[in-house]
Write a protein that binds this ligand. Structure first.
Ligand code: PEP
Ligand code: MN
Length: 237
């Protein structure tokens, strides 16, 4: 898979409906964005929260691909789902909560696909780099993604550890992305953190957007509207 010098990936936290996903994909293609995110399987802190549309969500992502040609990154939560998720995804996403799910890492690696490995919320960089080796050992290509770590700070959802970028760059041959959305947990920080990502030499960002963030089933507070996302693109130029 080919990436731009600074690749911007965007899309909803979760796949919620066909209309939401297709409108987002069309908007992104129109803006020159080639990769869309969106979870069909959602790792939620509470079992009472929306868990994703699962297979139906994968079908919607496939439809968005067919209709617009956009490429898809989507999370796989369970080793038993790797086959069906990888049939739709161009990049597999492994979430922070599964960074050390070694069975899942191994199965994802066997696909030989690009796998975005998010940093565990309390994982050291060494633990993260070692986890990545489980994927690489099987032939998968790791893309690291820093999404903030848990600290004592409460103003933000997590604390973006920007120092991961030069360290991952010097210690591995892999790409590293920044996820300002999960790092901040609030949309007013997305533009400044994205600029920091670009300035420090990250390979890209992955950002949450939603046609109507107030109605989002997941992570609405940190999701940009389409026009806010256009502003982000302008600010990054
Ligand atoms: C996500 O990307 O929607 C997500 C759940 O992220 P993380 O695994 O970083 O919490
Ligand atoms: Mn999210």
């Amino acid at each position: 898979m080919k990436f731009d010098k600074f690749t911007i990936i965007a899309g909803p936290c979760a796949v919620e409906s066909e209309e939401q996903v297709i409108s987002t994909a069309k908007f992104l293609i129109d803006k020159g964005i080639k990769i869309m995110r969106g979870g069909a399987y959602k790792p939620r802190t509470s079992p009472e929260d929306f868990q994703g549309l699962k297979e139906k969500g994968l079908e919607i992502l496939q439809k968005a691909k067919n209709e617009t040609g956009i490429q898809i990154i989507t999370e796989v939560l369970d080793p038993r789902d790797v086959e069906k998720v990888s049939a739709v995804a161009d990049i597999l996403q492994i979430g922070a909560r599964n960074m050390q799910n070694f069975v899942l890492l191994t199965e994802a690696g066997k696909t030989k696909m690009p796998v975005m490995l998010k940093r565990g919320m309390s994982a050291t960089m060494d633990e993260w780099i070692k986890a990545a080796k489980y994927i690489e050992k099987e032939g998968g290509q790791v893309i690291f993604c820093e999404r903030g770590i848990r600290t004592f700070e409460t103003k933000t959802r997590n604390t973006l550890d920007i120092s991961t970028v030069p360290i991952i760059k010097s210690e591995t041959n892999s790409l590293i992305f920044i996820d300002p959305s999960h790092a901040a947990g609030r949309k007013d920080l997305i533009i400044p953190l994205s600029k920091a990502a670009k300035a420090i030499g990250a390979d890209g960002i992955i950002v949450e957007i939603h046609p109507n963030p107030d109605k989002a089933l997941c992570d609405g507070k940190q999701s940009l509207t389409f026009s806010e996302f256009e502003n982000l693109l302008k600010e990054l130029k």
